[in-house]
Design a protein around this ligand. Structure first.
Ligand SMILES: Cc1ncc(COP(=O)(O)O)c(C=O)c1O
Length: 401
């Protein structure tokens, strides 16, 4: 066989994809799996928007089926900007382009802003989706640990100390965070913006969960550093259309132009059907009520997850997630040398519970699990966490597998 591009060998299969495969396999043989692994929303977009789109499908017009501009249909882009501005963003001279999902925005932004060998500051724990991209693009990660006791807020003095003039070219921040649910405090947001400006860095802010905040408030860091911040978003979590692939990037005009060039050469244009649905959603009077209802449901489930951890996994540590879809459970106080990958595998096979091993997100909190609280109802979340506690207990007592 002829050879392959070694650059692609740096990309590994996504860990959640692998868990999904085993889960599907077990579901096919009739096993009822409690799904605490994915950030897959469980509430569809509002009916009004879906009905409107359904009517469009029966029109004898090519509109819905055509290529769209690479940056997205202008009226949809305007609706997205208006939605962000309603929430506090001041886009000013900046620009926004739609992408084919959040993942496409991450790839295009990292490709457009950095070059091989550049050093980029990242925080640990970090969404695992960044690692393959950093490796693929030959970027060096300077990993800064976040402390569970500090609610995973980045420590600005540590960021300042980590900067290497001439080498450090950017900072990647996810807020609200995956996997910790941490929402960056206003003072930290301002501090990071200041560091980016003072040191001429790109600050990439991943805002995929920006509408899912249960306590506190999401800060639009772009407002503090409009020449340095490139922010990324997705419609996968709100209105909940992950399979329809629509996301966006906004920031300085020239940065967005270059990001769009990468989108042009990878997917040509974002999906037209998703753009149409999102426009209906954002322009409908139901958006606000829908978001509030979704937040209410997820917050109740988050609280149920926390209660179950308190009850069934004594000794576990966590920082209450203020946003997002996940509870990051550190098991190290009670189980210091836990192999979280092995634990997740056993949970799936022996207890029919799917979770994501913490080691995929953190080099620091390796004895940990990421528990999603959005895909299952309250009772099943509690039952899933009870089974996690049960397996941990069995393992401690050395019961046979
Ligand atoms: C923090 C974060 N950024 C980006 C993405 C990718 O978004 P999308 O699913 O739209 O590709 C995800 C997906 O889960 C995420 O958690």
């Amino acid at each position: 066989m002829p050879g392959f591009n070694p650059r692609v060998s740096r990309i590994r299969e996504s860990p959640t994809r692998r868990i999904d495969e085993i889960r599907e396999e077990l579901s096919r043989i009739g096993r009822d799996i409690i799904l605490l692994s994915t950030g897959q929303p469980s509430i569809p977009p509002p009916r009004y928007a879906r009905e409107k789109l359904a009517r469009d499908l029966f029109e004898e017009s090519m509109d819905l089926y055509s290529y769209t501009p690479t940056r997205g249909i202008s009226t949809v882009r305007e609706a997205v900007v208006a939605d962000l501005e309603e929430d506090g963003l001041e886009l000013g001279e900046g620009d926004l382009a739609l992408t084919a999902g959040g993942q496409s925005a991450l790839f295009a932004a990292l490709s457009a802003l950095f070059q091989e060998g550049d050093e980029v500051i990242v925080f640990d724990p970090m969404y695992f989706g960044y690692w393959p991209l950093l490796d693929y693009l030959g970027l060096r990660a300077r990993v800064i640990p976040e402390d569970i006791e500090a609610g995973f807020q980045p420590d600005l003095s540590v960021v300042n100390e980590a900067l290497k003039p001439g080498f450090t070219k950017g900072i990647i921040l996810v807020t609200p965070d995956n996997p910790t649910g941490r929402v960056v405090e206003e003072s930290v947001a301002r501090g990071l913006a200041e560091i980016a400006v003072d040191n001429d860095l790109w600050l990439i802010v991943d805002e995929a969960y920006r509408t899912l905040v249960y306590e506190g408030r999401h800060s639009y860091i772009y407002n503090y550093a409009p020449d340095n911040v490139v922010a990324l978003g997705a419609f996968s979590k709100d209105p909940g259309i992950p399979g329809w692939r629509l996301g966006y990037a906004y920031g300085p005009r020239e940065a967005v132009r270059r990001i769009s060039l990468v989108v042009q050469e990878t997917v040509y244009c974002p999906p037209s059907v998703a753009q149409r649905l999102v426009k209906y959603y954002l322009e409908s009077g139901e958006k606000r009520a829908h978001r509030e209802a979704v937040r209410r449901v997820y917050k109740t489930r988050r609280d149920a997850a926390i209660q179950a951890v308190e009850r069934y996994i004594p000794g576990a540590r966590y920082a209450r997630p203020q946003g997002g879809m996940f509870l990051f459970v550190d098991l190290s106080p009670a189980y210091p040398n836990l192999d979280s990958e092995e634990l997740a595998r056993r949970l799936l096979r022996e207890k029919s519970v799917a979770v994501v091993p913490g080691v995929y997100f953190s080099r620091r909190y390796t004895s940990s699990l990421r528990v999603s609280f959005v895909s299952e109802a309250v009772e099943r979340i509690a039952e899933g966490i009870r089974r996690i506690g049960e397996l941990l207990d069995e393992s401690r007592r050395g019961s046979p597998r």
